[in-house]
Write a protein that binds this ligand. Structure first.
Ligand SMILES: NC(=O)c1ccc[n+]([C@@H]2O[C@H](COP(=O)([O-])OP(=O)(O)OC[C@H]3O[C@@H](n4cnc5c(N)ncnc54)[C@H](OP(=O)(O)O)[C@@H]3O)[C@@H](O)[C@H]2O)c1
Length: 363
């Protein structure tokens, strides 16, 4: 039996192709092992960032590929098509981290009513969230379009939630204005939604490219929108906190020089623009630091106790999810040509911000 895998050259992401990879026969699976059909998954700039940081953050090790190539991880749904685990039946639906492929073999461990873990040796040593699968068969929130929005936004919204929590916990570092770069991205607008709905004293400023201003305005959660070429028009005399999804050294330098000591927090989250200098100069204001989500999660897990994060995150998601259908159209692409085309368009920054792509290698 074979799986079709979409692989990209690790050091030239434009170079990509499909290959066939051997799978064990369904009737020759090892004990506790599941054969999964990767059914559908979301694809956004976040997945390109996984590829850009594949070596550094070990994303390439999750789904092995031929030398110098990698399989990009994606969030989505799979169906168990063969099972050697006594508690898991064929037909069961899982939500989690999958390869861009037609199939995945999982070594099921820690199986509970709600989920399981892939215990494959090559997948260890990464954050536990990347090896966890939720059993979502009976959950209406994961069906149809609702399921597509979960795949597109839920993992990103966890980051939005943690950054909002971190900023609030630190009294926004004395700032009354938060600047978000790549304001049109899903991760940024999730954060803008939280700030807008829960932090009335905070002014939320979206920084974006000229082409995306109208979309950012339509989201209704930014108090003001400024294009990248106009950031020095912002008033420089009051404290600001900067949450950077773009990863653009020139933009960061402009902002730090413009705000000087009023730049009270400068957090690096994303790399949508992938324009970071290897040696950035010293900048005035707060030192730019990477926001490391697992740190904030560990801290809150300890302080809030078992289920504390899930309960608060669940409440925030329940408020956010109903707004999505009015903000983002789901576009489905099926088959190899569609997958390759959306991948390349996302890599090259040609995706409309008002669309969320759900893909499948299956026609
Ligand atoms: N650290 C973490 O744990 C974590 C968690 C979640 C997300 N993130 C990061 O947050 C970022 C946003 O992810 P997302 O999935 O939310 O993004 P998305 O919705 O796909 O973002 C699309 C937007 O990103 C900008 N963009 C995308 N590709 C570009 C390109 N090639 N050139 C220039 N601009 C481009 C454009 O925004 P503008 O025109 O507005 O700039 C575009 O509208 C990613 O880098 C992701 O990895 C990090």
């Amino acid at each position: 039996m074979k799986s079709t895998d979409f692989i990209v050259a690790r050091h030239n992401l434009q170079d990509c192709k499909f290959i066939e990879a051997r799978l064990p026969d369904a009737n020759a699976l090892a004990d506790e092992t599941l054969l999964i059909k990767v059914d559908r998954f979301a694809f956004t700039a976040n997945n390109i960032t996984y590829a850009a940081l594949g070596d550094q953050l070990k994303y390439w090790q999750l789904f092995p590929a031929p030398e110098n190539f990698g399989i990009i991880p994606v969030w989505g749904f799979g169906e168990v098509i063969a099972s050697r685990h006594p508690s898991i039946e064929t037909g069961e639906r899982l939500f989690g981290y999958f390869p861009m492929a037609t199939h995945l073999v999982i070594e099921a461990a820690d199986v509970s009513k709600r989920g399981l873990r892939d215990a494959a040796a090559h997948r260890q040593g990464v954050a536990p969230v990347y090896n966890a699968y939720a059993r979502v068969g009976g959950d209406p929130a994961y069906v149809g379009r609702g399921g597509d929005y979960q795949a597109l936004l839920r993992p990103l919204f966890m980051l939005s939630f943690l950054v909002d929590d971190f900023l609030a916990e630190n009294d926004f570092f004395g700032a009354a204005r938060v600047l978000l770069s790549s304001a049109s991205s899903k991760t940024a607008f999730g954060l803008a939604h939280l700030l807008h709905t829960q932090r009335p004293s905070i002014r939320v400023t979206g920084l974006t490219s000229a082409a995306n201003v109208e979309f950012v305005r339509s989201l209704g959660c930014y108090d003001e929108i400024v294009t990248y070429d106009r950031v020095t028009s912002l008033p420089p005399d009051s404290p600001v906190a900067f949450v950077d999804m773009a990863g653009n050294s020139e933009l960061r330098a402009n902002l730090h020089r413009h705000f000087g000591e009023q730049m009270r927090y400068s957090g690096q989250i994303g790399l949508t623009h992938r324009s970071l200098l290897t040696n950035e100069p010293e900048l005035p204001g707060a030192r730019p630091t990477w926001f490391f989500a697992p740190d904030q999660m560990r801290k809150r897990a300890k302080e809030w106790g078992p289920g504390g994060i899930e309960q608060r995150f669940g409440a925030a998601w329940s408020d956010f999810a109903p707004t999505l259908a009015g903000r983002l159209a789901v576009v489905e692409g099926r088959g190899l040509a569609a997958v390759k085309s959306v991948y390349l368009d996302t890599h090259n920054g040609h995706i409309r911000p008002d669309q969320g792509h759900i893909l499948s290698l299956w026609d």
